[in-house]
Ligand binder design. Structure first.
Ligand SMILES: Nc1ncnc2c1ncn2[C@@H]1O[C@H](COP(=O)(O)OP(=O)(O)O)[C@@H](O)[C@H]1O
Ligand SMILES: O=P(O)(O)OC[C@H](O)CO
Length: 490
């Protein structure tokens, strides 16, 4: 019987289950979208039951595929949208409130209050993160303080809190395990990334009782047995989606760097066993933890990448399909001075401005649909440049970038990235690096691989984009972008 690995990729806009061969080939994909809920300005929620039902449904499709071909399922890996927070009843398994999504800004005021009690440097020294509503801690506190009776139940240990991975594991193991992995824990603002444990001082500050938090495991570990498919399958690999993408991109050496363009864009640089503290508002995070050894990463997080293309499609109705953006970008020489700053849910790194909102600058009577479309795609590239600029101020100088995620299907964007970053941009054969990373971790946890390095050899570039824009045009555009971002923030 041929062995396969199931990889669950629970993303911001859809849930997927992929079937991988041990060689990292995709044999099957099932994907289902679910609704995005925007109850108020700056609020973003997901229905936990929609998340669960799409995961279960795609998992069952993968199971049917494997059964028809007599494939033996060795393990399940899970990767997930990070920071998105849930609180559920330990007895009934029912969530008390919708999942509060990573993009949600409702706790901006709570974060400002916390910043007065704990200086940003002290929070950063322990967690590698900043005071921002992006992270899970303030979202957990909000649910406990805004759902009737929640805090009292939490104090009595009747509730479980967690990120999407821990909620899915709870459901897949039918309530037997409440666990998470070190990468997801490192996004909560409650986890000491150096000591690798929940921090009592931070739990007190955020007012989150420890009793509700999951046990933190390595990324390749025993996360329990999935029993909901009528057969027992061990869950042996878990990582947040951006960390999983770095693994799928084989970023195992110090200095390896990747950028994933899904809903948002997240750049992760492997810094090895050293946790580099940024002086330029980047994040320090757990890249992966294997056999108790932590590899750290420096991260830049942008909230709007593919999501701004969705906005062009769903709200502005400028395209019917995201794929149309590529031809539009290609047929223009420039945006004719139009710049879009997509601060729809504030700006992430390196600005961290939760209250900023989007704007279009430089419009003239000549500005039409095409210029706005290209300005939107260009904005994703300029935001990536801002992260690289912050990294270089932190003393890190990458020389090539590995890219992945749905938006990198747009080859024009990849070429423009090479132009603006002024370095080669490499797109791998498998764009689903997130799911691939989780499959590798599950394979490691199940003993199929002996080390991550064993799988690194499978990585190869499908296409390399090299810079071709002249230096003067590049500098002018970057200066214009910087000017308009400052205008928006002032
Ligand atoms: N050809 C394309 N050009 C530009 N954007 C694209 C293209 N194809 C997909 N996208 C964008 O990529 C995103 C989907 O990427 P994906 O990695 O599946 O995201 P997520 O995991 O966050 O749900 C969508 O926001 C979509 O707008
Ligand atoms: O859904 P994605 O792929 O944009 O990833 C979301 C991130 O994990 C948020 O930190």
């Amino acid at each position: 019987m041929t062995t396969v690995i199931f990889s669950i990729d629970q993303g911001t806009t859809s849930s997927r289950t992929l079937v991988f061969s041990p060689k990292g080939e995709i044999l099957f994909t099932a994907q289902e979208e679910f609704p995005q809920l925007y109850p108020q300005d700056g609020w973003v929620e997901h229905d936990p039951e929609a998340i669960w039902s799409t995961v279960l449904s795609t998992l069952k499709q993968a199971q049917a595929y494997a059964a028809e071909r007599d494939l033996s399922v060795a393990a399940i890996g899970i990767t997930n949208q990070r920071e998105t927070t849930l609180v559920w009843d330990r007895e009934t398994g029912k969530p008390l409130y919708n999942a509060i999504v990573w993009q949600d800004r409702r706790t901006a005021e709570i974060c400002r209050g916390l910043a007065k009690k704990l200086p940003a440097e002290d929070l950063q020294a322990k967690t590698g993160l900043l005071h921002d509503p992006y992270f899970s801690g303030s979202k957990m506190a909000w649910i406990l303080d805004n759902v009737d009776g929640a805090r009292e139940k939490a104090e009595h240990g009747e509730l479980c809190f967690g990120t999407i991975d821990s909620f899915l594991i709870w459901r897949l193991t039918e309530g037997k395990r409440h666990v998470t992995d070190a990468t997801n824990a490192s996004r909560t603002n409650l986890f000491d990334i150096h000591a690798q444990r929940w921090d009592e001082g931070l739990l007190n500050l955020f007012n989150v009782p420890k009793a509700g938090l999951p046990e933190v495991l390595d990324c390749a570990a025993d996360f329990g047995i999935c029993t909901v498919l009528g057969m027992d399958i061990p869950i042996t690999g878990v990582a947040g989606d951006q960390q999983a993408a770095a693994i799928g991109q084989a970023c195992f050496e110090v200095g390896d760097i990747k950028s994933t363009y899904g809903t948002g864009c997240f750049v992760l640089l492997n810094t090895g066993s050293e946790a580099i503290t940024s002086k330029n508002r980047l994040l320090t995070t757990v890249g992966y933890r294997i056999k108790g050894e932590t590899t750290y990463a420096l991260e830049g997080s942008i909230f709007m990448a593919g999501a701004s293309v969705q906005w062009l499609r769903d709200k502005m109705k400028l395209v019917d399909d995201a794929r149309e953006t590529e031809a539009v970008c290609e047929r223009l020489d420039s945006t004719e001075g139009v710049y879009l700053v997509p601060a729809f849910t504030g700006l992430g790194a390196p600005y961290w401005a939760p209250d900023a909102r989007g704007a279009v600058f430089g419009m003239t009577r000549n500005t039409g649909r095409d210029q706005v479309i290209r300005a939107t795609v260009e904005s994703v590239v300029y935001q990536t440049y801002d992260l690289f600029d912050a990294m270089s101020k932190d003393g890190v100088a990458p020389t090539a970038l590995r890219v992945d995620g749905g938006m990198t299907a747009n080859s024009w964007m990849c070429g423009y990235l090479a132009d603006i970053l002024d370095m080669p941009v490499l797109r791998p054969k498998v764009l689903e690096t997130t799911a691939l990373g989780a499959a590798y971790l599950a394979g490691l946890g199940a003993g199929i691989y002996s080390s991550m390095q064993e799988v690194a050899g499978q990585w190869s570039a499908e296409r390399t984009f090299t810079p071709s824009l002249d230096a003067k045009t590049r500098e002018t555009r970057l200066a214009d972008w910087a000017k308009y971002v400052q205008k928006l923030l002032s």
